[in-house]
Design a protein around this ligand. Structure first.
Ligand code: NAD
Ligand code: ZN
Ligand code: ZN
Length: 344
């Protein structure tokens, strides 16, 4: 079968590999759609040894069951499913609570992270990772599993502060951010302030229901402050889907006293947290800072329910498998709006 693999650090290419088959407890999925996540670029850019090579990338997967392995019950060939992308140990304290995104044995285990992912004609998936998608289109179902799930989990973590009348700044309106805006619209009554460098991304944010948009630049903080008020007031919650130095700096400079900053983006920025008495603190007092990772299976089930109810819809640009490397080039250049989805 054809697969798009990271054959060496930084090298992404389409190659021919043997079609795998389903072992005990597994199914062979015919891949119908795979989202191209910005994290794949971070994986390609990572130093040698951090991720296995060769490895088929793609952790945002939806498809159709082709073959059911020994011992699998509840799934039959022809059924369509979304794939929960994390594979924890299943036995540690976190996994037993259903928080496989906090697994204490396998830190970042999953498709296209620690084993072959979905950028191929087929992928082998433990049956426990599959979720029903009802009537949803596969190109819609795939982005739900990360671009939908990760912001949903972050919003869940901030839910106590996302009360009616509060404000939430969303930085980075790409694959994750444009889903975050919709999740906030569907599940809260907060004022949504979308921030991005790209005017097209801000247009998308407005279409998705953001109340205010701010183009990121040297005056981002002043312009957001004009909307959320001066310190010690400010944004109740900041969701940073970029995570670069300029955005984490904006986040800590606009968050309210007692607010919450969630650093979802993995662009390598540093947020200093330094409580001191004799100089201005780096973050307001009582600020909560969190570094969310992906989400849980039960949250994915809720994300799918939101999409099936018509309240969450990825803005999708599709590419055939052979053009996956080009889709990632466009993503790197900031020329994808919403989510690029590869259809093998
Ligand atoms: P994307 O490329 O689709 O979107 C990024 C958006 O940020 C773009 O609209 C871009 O214009 C905007 N942007 C870039 N620099 C900016 C700046 N300085 N100020 C304001 N806006 C800026 O990326 P994505 O797939 O949505 O992923 C976003 C980030 O989240 C990536 O770093 C990715 O690795 C990370 N991620 C983290 C998790 C997690 O579990 N923590 C999960 C998935 C993705
Ligand atoms: Zn991702
Ligand atoms: Zn575990």
């Amino acid at each position: 079968m054809r697969a798009v693999r990271m054959t060496a650090p930084g090298v992404l290419e389409q190659v021919e590999v043997p079609t795998p088959s389903a072992g005990p407890g597994e199914v062979l999925l015919r891949v119908g759609a795979v989202g191209a996540c910005h994290s794949d670029l971070h994986i390609l850019d990572a130093p040698a040894g951090l991720f296995p090579t060769p490895m088929t990338l793609g952790h945002e997967i939806a498809g159709t069951v082709d073959e059911v392995g020994p011992g699998v019950t509840g799934w039959t060939a022809g059924e369509r499913a979304a794939v929960y992308g994390i594979i924890g140990c299943g036995r540690c304290r976190a996994c037993l609570r259903g928080a496989e995104n906090q697994c204490r044995v396998v830190p970042v285990g999953g498709f296209g992270l620690s084993r072959d992912g979905g950028l191929a004609e087929h992928v082998v998936v433990p049956a426990s990772r599959l979720l029903h998608i009802g009537e949803l289109d596969l190109t819609q179902a795939a982005p739900l599993t990360d671009a939908g799930l990760t912001p949903y989990h972050a919003v869940e973590l901030a839910r106590d502060r996302l009360r009616p009348g509060t404000s939430c700044v969303v930085i980075g309106i790409g694959g994750l951010g444009h889903m975050a805006v919709q999740i906030l619209v569907a599940t809260t009554a907060v004022r949504i302030i979308a921030v991005d460098t790209s005017v097209a991304a801000l247009d998308l944010a407005s279409r998705m229901g953001a109340h205010d948009v701010v183009q990121a630049g040297p005056d981002s903080v002043d312009r957001i402050r004009a909307l959320v008020g001066p310190p010690p007031d400010g944004a109740d919650v900041v969701l940073d889907f970029v995570g670069a130095d300029p955005t984490v700096t904006t986040a800590r400079q606009v968050v309210a006293t007692g607010g919450q900053v969630l650093l979802v983006g993995l662009a390598g920025g540093t947020l200093p947290v330094r409580p001191v008495a004799d100089e201005p603190p780096t973050v307001p007092l009582e600020t909560m800072v969190e570094v969310p990772f992906w989400g849980t299976r039960w949250e994915l089930q809720e994300v799918i329910a939101l999409a099936r109810a018509g309240q969450l819809r990825a803005d999708v640009q599709t590419f055939p498998l052979a053009d996956a490397p080009e889709a990632y080039d466009l993503l790197r250049r900031g020329e994808i709006h919403g989510r690029a989805v590869v259809v093998p």
